[in-house]
Design a protein around this ligand. Structure first.
Ligand SMILES: Cc1ncc(COP(=O)(O)O)c(C=O)c1O
Length: 434
């Protein structure tokens, strides 16, 4: 009842294009650890964490204390016209963690703003508005970031300050090189990159922007080393590499602290947001000092890196490192992937189970082939909710289940989610193969 009434008010005043999950959308009103409770009293294990954003979980004492302490000082905001101790300290630590020599950090409020800033820097530095992006990418909702988003479902406008060419590589399962082994796949993508540079640009390209694992695109994972192979070509032309780490950063992928780490390259800039605030609005760009320094006019983010957000983010980073959550992501990610691959082997509707660490995609297909099955995804999505598990959906066709719980996940919770997913996928498989 509480949900129905709020839904009617939501529909009356909020835009239609702001999508809600589930045929009967829910409001989450309480959270603790990895569990949330809705306004009608039902409890869920949260395997999407506010789109990978509640990275540590809910109601974490150390983080809440740090936020309360900052609130208690009376200073929530000062603007960057004044020194902000927390901001400087956090920037020092992030710069160090980035691996980019002498890196500088600029804080924003979101991933979109972070990517807009990185694109502004690269295009100014290289004096070119030509940019390379990957097909099936998602980078945000402003004009430049929509411009580098290679997914029709998230591209509401063709207006763009950039001249963008798209290359293959990010989405392997349905890409034209899917039948090739890793080495040949990488070689084919590199050939495509060279061809795109030669045939679709005027030369003097500013940068390539890429998600190491595509998030909105359905947690699709390219072979390790793809971006190293790309970077060799980019370096021949002086093209900068921007890694969009908004979803893949902070150890979520388990084996590396940054998603790009799987490729053995250091990008010229990285962008981050989502998880580092554990719910507080914070994002940013980390860049080579010459790149960060190239703007010849003032630029400011009024709220970016404010004392409250940076106090919270510092506590998040402390927690993350102290508890080695990257190792936990690696361990439990393997457990979830193996559990789901066992289910997939018995269910014709599962086309692909992929991912790294606690970033796992389950691509659902029509039985008997590989046609995308958004209907199977919708059915499993509803069933898992009814059984007390929240998961995400995504992919170009809306047919990929996205699993990304807080990195503090426990063994028992991982098994609980595998159980609910297995039950739900098996049930839908039975229904669709009848
Ligand atoms: C890879 C990636 N980049 C950028 C963004 C945009 O971030 P925000 O929604 O904070 O603007 C997102 C959001 O989902 C994302 O997944």
């Amino acid at each position: 009842m509480a949900h129905r009434e709020l839904l009617e008010r939501h529909r009356a005043v909020m835009p239609d294009w702001l999508a809600l999950y589930y045929t009967e959308p829910i409001e989450l009103v309480h959270g603790s650890g990895r569990r949330v409770t809705d306004a009608e009293g039902r409890e869920y294990l949260d395997f999407f964490a506010g789109i990978l954003t509640n990275m540590i979980g809910y109601d974490i004492g150390e983080i809440s204390d740090a936020i309360r302490a900052q609130l208690g000082s009376g200073i929530v905001h000062t603007s960057t016209l004044y020194l902000i101790r927390r901001q400087v300290e956090l920037a020092e630590r992030i710069a160090e963690l980035s691996g980019i020599p002498n890196a500088k950090v600029f804080f924003t409020n979101s991933g979109t703003e972070a990517n807009e800033t990185a694109l502004l820097l690269a295009t100014t530095f290289r004096r070119s508005n030509q940019v390379l992006a990957l097909r099936n990418s998602y980078h945000g909702r402003a004009f430049a970031t929509i411009g580098v988003t290679g997914n029709r479902g998230w591209s509401p406008s063709s207006l763009s300050p950039l001249n963008v060419s798209y290359v293959h590589g990010g989405y392997r399962y349905r890409g034209p090189f899917r039948h090739l082994n890793d080495a040949r796949y990488v070689a084919a993508c590199v050939d495509d990159l060279r061809d795109v540079i030669t045939t679709t640009t005027a030369g003097n390209i500013a940068c390539m922007i890429a998600e190491p694992i595509q998030g909105v695109g359905g947690f699709s994972v390219p072979p390790d080393g793809l971006f190293a192979a790309f970077k060799e070509v980019l370096d021949e032309h002086g093209i900068l590499l921007i890694a969009d780490e908004v979803q893949t950063g902070w150890g979520r992928t388990g084996e590396h602290f940054w998603g790009i780490g799987a490729h053995g390259v250091t990008p010229d800039a990285m962008t981050f947001a989502k998880g580092i605030g554990n719910g507080l609005a914070i994002g940013g760009v980390i860049a080579r000092p010459d790149l960060m320094g190239c703007l010849a006019a003032n630029s400011i983010s009024t709220f970016g890196g404010n004392p409250l957000a940076t106090a919270g983010a510092t506590a998040v980073l402390d927690y993350l490192l102290r508890h080695d959550l990257q190792a936990n992501a690696a361990k439990l990610g393997t457990r979830v992937i193996e559990g789901l691959r066992a289910t997939a082997a018995r269910c014709a509707i599962v086309g692909d189970v992929r991912g790294k660490g606690l970033m796992i995609g389950v691509e659902l297909v029509e039985p008997g082939g590989t046609d995308p099955s958004p209907r199977a995804a919708a059915m499993v999505h509803e069933l898992t909710r009814r059984r007390g598990l929240l998961v995400g959906r995504g992919g170009l066709f809306g047919n990929v289940l996205r699993l990304a719980p807080p990195l503090t996940l426990t063994d028992d919770e991982a098994d609980e989610a595998i159980g609910i997913l297995t039950q739900s996928i098996t049930e839908v498989n039975r229904e669709l193969t009848r």
